[in-house]
Design a protein. Structure first.
Length: 177
């Protein structure tokens, strides 16, 4: 058993060191609620995640926007992350008493990026400032996102734009002489 975990550990390190990190990723989120999730890298260890989900237990849809700070473990493709943001609910029933919720959402989880996919598991408590059936919801989910834009591809695109811009400036300066 000890040998199995040791081999698994080295396999994860080996595959994650050759996989691509992401700039933009999107996919499904399945857990106590289900939905779709999109992540966009904003800065070095900072992403913004947009989650649109539906509940198995309540008649509502929820839109959540959360900035997340990532803490790399071993490699940049294995992370722990924390975040806090806002959510807004939309009622799918015609109950006049039930008001759509809105409030603050926090998030804590772990993710790994392998072979063009990011897999994460998180705990996401949401605190309603108004509306909703309860003052807070507790959710857990497994998200599987496809890497739409790889980090390296974005860097290459940025360098190419910079080179084109410099080339234009040099041609313009040469033409003025």
């Amino acid at each position: 058993m000890k040998k199995f975990f040791l081999n698994l550990f080295f396999l994860l390190i080996f595959t994650s060191s050759f996989s691509q990190s992401y700039f933009t990723a999107g996919g499904v989120r399945l857990g106590t609620d289900w939905g779709i999730s999109f992540q966009q890298k904003i800065y070095k260890h900072l992403t913004a995640e947009v989650i649109f989900q539906s509940s198995f237990f309540r008649e509502e849809l929820m839109l959540t926007i959360i900035p997340e700070y990532h803490f790399p473990l071993v490699t940049k493709r294995l992370n722990l992350y924390l975040g806090a943001g806002f959510h807004k609910g939309f009622i799918t029933s015609s109950d006049p008493v039930y008001q759509p919720p809105h409030g603050i959402t926090t998030l804590a989880g772990a993710e790994i990026t392998l072979a063009g996919f990011t897999v994460s598991y998180d705990f996401k408590p949401a605190f309603n400032l108004s509306g909703g059936e309860n003052p807070w919801y507790s959710q857990t989910a497994l998200s599987v996102r496809y890497v739409i834009i790889k980090q390296n591809a974005f860097k290459k695109m940025k360098r190419k734009r910079t080179r084109k811009k410099k080339k234009k400036e040099r041609a313009k300066a040469h033409h003025k002489k």
